[in-house]
Design a binder for this molecule. Sequence first.
Ligand code: HEC
Length: 120
Amino acid sequence: MRTSLTFVLLAFCLPVLPGCPTGQFPAELGECPDGSTVTWADASAVLEANCTRCHSSTLTGADRQAAPENWDYDTRDGALRDPDEVWLRVYTDNMPNDAVFAPEADKGVLWEWYSCDGPE
Ligand code: HEC
């Protein structure tokens, strides 16, 4: 109930994002919204923009910029290793740790994809 209400507010808020308050996203993953069409293509685009410059299975050693081994977001399986941990890091602005997550609205893509159990 709390999640779906938040999602309604989110859906209302997104088209006018510059006027939206920060902290507009639910603190935790929730129910997949009815009629969701989000796919891995959507989620991977967001992860590529914000995460895979460090967290990629194609990177080793110093190129990982200290991102832990096997925490990689260039594949769907990798991205699904620990959805709650991903969302916690994104929601709290802990990751990415070298830049601001951008665009802010794309946090909603990750929230939805993970809340829908990572559709292909
Ligand atoms: C500039 C490099 C860099 C980028 C970009 C980056 N990370 Fe990280 N990430 C790190 C480093 C370094 C750590 C280890 C330190 C820590 O846990 O905070 C880490 C740790 C993590 C962990 C914890 C893994 C564990 O061992 O429990 C998660 C989850 C994570 N990152 C998710 C993300 C996500 C999701 C994104 C994109 C939204 C992202 N990171 C972007 C460098 C990065």
